[in-house]
Design a protein around this ligand. Structure first.
Ligand SMILES: NC(=O)c1ccc[n+]([C@@H]2O[C@H](COP(=O)([O-])OP(=O)(O)OC[C@H]3O[C@@H](n4cnc5c(N)ncnc54)[C@H](O)[C@@H]3O)[C@@H](O)[C@H]2O)c1
Length: 446
């Protein structure tokens, strides 16, 4: 074993400042890979570790599994220069490192928080941990997890004491898919050490890749909660927009116009209604808070209700489709329905918790022939795949816009009517098309 030089605070800070510190990033997923590539670009020697061997091989070949603007180029350059390599052995990579960044997935299984990947990653980091190492946790986690869950594992595995023998900080990743590299660099970054030394070291590290303000607090729990609050705020806000959309639908008022108008007030920032809320973060983070609230015997009514409203939106899309078929006096059974977009958001290939899944499955239950198109991914959730937009639309009775990909910007009502059956049903579940009324068209919009 050739361990890293055991550094004191001043030495490690200097190593970080001059980019000579060796960094391990544990977890090379949507967040871990761009993080690794940015550290490598800042001049550090970076080893990214993962349990997914296929991913490791791809990265070492200079391939980039995620669709993310600018990432492929960055990964290829970093791998070529020898600044970034991927490995499956976290323990030995941490033994040789000065900094370990943990950015593994923290999913929900049903309504239970699954901290197993974090536990396994923490154990491996703990086993390899040397005196004088900085450990940063970037994964989104319930409040108090750094101090009550991660640190005890690190200490037990290493026989070292956090805050004395090694430093620990929490720094939540706040960037969104499709803009990871841009937002990682240009968004203010929260750094929360367990003591002032940990905060200072982690802040020094992130200043190497972040051009925006670094906000320092010596309290990981408050930062863990702040990250969860960001997505809980968005979930509740979207639920409000969705509820307003349901009311507007019956009132015959254009919800998008109303929200746009309301937002001219400088203190009003209503979000957009839509097909539902997907992705790995927004639907999950409020559940972290709900779970914590339950532990301390507080009933989180608003947060729970917002979750429920957003979860019901895919069913509403199916309901709108059924109504449209009824209005056009046709059967949904055996009708060809083109679902446009499977990814949970614009211009990404991520289908985690995508509203497309319950929409497609709901349509299939009613006997529809569902044909699915997405320029970024092959997932169909049980529908038939279409290679091109034209193939999906060809002679379809209905089209449902589920994801507002840029590739669909060319779509307008005339284009749809031209490619589909004479009587055309269009369900715009993202509010991208202007409200329109035409003969032989049934148009519904959330
Ligand atoms: N994707 C996003 O939009 C986003 C944004 C902000 C924050 N986050 C948070 O960042 C964290 C990572 O998210 P992600 O989207 O990159 O997840 P991901 O599932 O894409 O990647 C996680 C990676 O960790 C690996 N992994 C799991 N256990 C491991 C272990 N024991 N050792 C090594 N590797 C292991 C997995 O194989 C996977 O490649 C999560 O907590 C997430 O909530 C995600």
């Amino acid at each position: 074993m050739s361990g890293a030089i055991k550094l004191n605070f001043t030495e490690l800070k200097k190593f970080i400042e001059d980019s000579s510190a060796k960094i391990v990033v544990v977890g090379l997923g949507y967040v871990g890979l761009p993080t690794s590539a940015l550290f490598a670009r800042a001049g550090f020697d970076v080893t990214g570790t993962d349990i997914n061997r296929e991913l490791i091989e791809k990265i070492n070949r200079g391939q980039c599994p995620a669709v993310e603007p600018g990432l492929l180029d960055l990964v290829v350059k970093a791998v070529k220069k020898g600044k970034l390599k991927a490995d499956s052995d976290t323990v030995s990579a941490v033994e040789k490192a000065n900094v370990a960044v943990i950015v593994v997935n923290t999913p929900i299984q049903g309504s239970d928080i699954d901290l197993m990947p974090l536990e396994e990653a923490s154990k491996a980091v703990g086993k390899g941990l040397q005196k004088g190492t900085l450990v940063v946790i970037e994964s989104t986690i319930p409040p108090k997890t750094t101090e009550d869950f991660v640190i005890p594992i690190l200490e037990e595995q290493s026989n070292l004491k956090a805050g004395y023998d090694f430093w620990v900080a929490y720094s939540p990743e706040q960037a969104i898919p499709g803009k990871f590299l841009d937002e990682m660099r240009n968004q203010p970054r929260i750094i929360a050490g367990i003591n002032p030394e940990s905060t200072e070291l982690a802040a020094t590290l992130y200043k190497k890749i972040v051009d925006a303000k670094i906000v320092e607090v010596n309290n990981p729990a408050v930062a863990e909660l702040a990250k969860i609050l960001q997505n809980t705020y968005r979930d509740v806000n979207i639920a409000l927009a969705n509820e307003i959309a349901l009311i507007c639908e019956k009132l015959g008022i254009d919800v998008h116009e109303a929200i746009e108008l309301a937002n001219i007030h400088p203190r009003v920032h209503l979000h957009k209604p839509g097909a539902g809320v997907g992705g790995p973060c927004i639907p999950r983070d409020p559940l972290f808070l709900i779970e914590k609230a339950r532990e301390v015997e507080v009933k989180p009514r608003l947060i729970e209700l917002a979750r429920q409203i957003n979860e019901e939106m895919p069913d509403h899309v199916v309901r709108l489709t059924l109504e449209a078929f009824e209005e056009s006096k046709r059967q949904i059974a055996n009708a060809k329905i083109a679902v446009l977009g499977v990814a949970y958001k614009k211009d990404v290939n991520d289908v985690r918790a995508s509203p497309a899944k319950p929409i497609i499955q709901g349509l299939l239950k009613h006997g529809a022939e569902v044909v699915v198109h997405d320029p970024y991914c092959n997932e169909t959730f049980g529908g038939k795949p279409a290679k091109t937009l034209e193939e999906a639309l060809d002679y379809a009775a209905a089209a449902i816009i589920v994801t507002d990909h840029s590739a669909y910007e060319r779509i307008n009502i005339d284009y749809l009517m031209e490619h589909m059956q004479n009587v055309t049903i269009v369900i715009d579940a993202r509010g991208v098309l202007p409200s329109v009324s035409k003969p032989n068209l049934v148009f519904k919009r959330i």
